[in-house]
Design a protein around this ligand. Structure first.
Ligand SMILES: O=C(O)C(=O)Cc1ccccc1
Length: 310
């Protein structure tokens, strides 16, 4: 890295992806000259290699669920942490080279999440067309833009359609017009930021051994401390069929006593707890703090115990 530490951010590109649009809304803004990577894996590896200071990647969609490439890379790759998140409403259109009409469209390409979110529209309007999923929505637009491309159309954002010189054959084609995608800003491990009062913490939990109620025991650690979960999904541990870990977003910050206590409970009872960061929520929603679970309540309980002991 000539000239010292990298300062630029990487993102799941190329220019015109939803991730790129999300990057442009970061607050504080991303440093100039962000670097596009063709896959989530390459963007995260660039962070590990110190090529970029951080990378923005998609993690979750309100319609399609988790982005497994991101979840698994963060769970199993060398340590990285999430330092921020961005929410972006996503809208899709069908874009083709100028002169193409809807009736000409036989072969469509796009990102798997875009295909999943436009399935009903495709079945209704292009029942004969084949869809081939590929890298990203913007890469699909760039591919279609090539004269002689085997693809007739791409599903992508209007920004990408315009950028790659395509024309809209249809817009607003998502089956759910209110879909939102969540993106996370990921860096090499850094000291965790201060709690803001509206934070999220991402964890991956590996169980000691499967037994009846194992998931319930994990959930109890959160429930008994009044910690709400914003996302939970099981992912294969890759060890043996039927063996799963849990990828979880919990409300709160590792600096909040109730979440810290829940995490200590998980540390005691799980085989492994991977901490992927505590960071401000993009929606700034403060949690509903249940009676007896505020920092002061834990501090008072701790002082009481000290008095009893001594
Ligand atoms: O392919 C893109 O543009 C991405 O950034 C990934 C994606 C795909 C579909 C919805 C949201 C994000």
């Amino acid at each position: 890295m000539p000239g010292g530490e990298a300062t630029a951010y990487g993102y799941f590109g190329p220019v015109g992806t939803f991730t790129h649009q999300a990057l442009l809304t970061l607050d504080p803004p991303a440093p100039a000259d962000p670097v596009p990577y063709a896959t989530v894996g390459q963007a995260l590896q660039a962070v590990r290699d110190g090529e970029v200071a951080a990378a923005l990647v998609p993690i979750e969609n309100s319609v399609e669920g988790g982005v497994t490439a991101t979840l698994d890379n963060l769970a199993y790759g060398d340590p990285l942490v999430i330092t921020g998140e961005v929410l972006l409403p996503v809208q899709f259109g069908l874009y083709a080279r100028p002169g193409t009409s809807l009736a000409d469209v036989r072969l469509v390409t796009t990102h798997p999440h875009a295909e999943a979110q436009c399935r009903r529209w495709l079945a209704d309007h292009l029942p004969e067309a084949e869809v081939v999923v590929g890298g990203s929505t913007a890469a699909a637009a760039a591919e279609v833009a090539h004269e002689g491309s085997r693809f007739d159309a791409a599903i992508c954002a209007a920004v990408a359609g315009d950028l790659y010189g395509l024309e809209a054959l249809a817009s607003g084609i998502a089956d759910n017009p209110d879909a939102v995608t969540r993106f996370v800003l990921v860096s090499r491990p850094v000291p965790v930021g201060q709690p803001t009062g509206a934070d999220k913490t991402t964890l991956v939990l590996f169980m000691r051994e499967n037994h009846p109620g194992a998931l319930l025991e994990i959930l109890e650690q959160f429930a008994s401390r009044g910690v709400d979960l914003c996302r939970i999904e099981s992912r294969p541990t890759r060890r043996t069929l039927g063996d799963y870990c849990f990828s979880i977003d919990a409300e709160g910050h590792v600096g909040d006593a109730r979440l810290a206590e829940a995490m200590m409970g998980l540390y005691r009872t799980c085989a492994e707890v991977v901490f992927l960061g505590s960071y401000p929520r993009a929606d700034h929603l403060a949690p509903d703090v249940r009676p007896g679970t505020a920092n002061d309540d834990y501090a008072a309980a701790s002082s009481w115990l000290e008095r009893l002991r001594g």
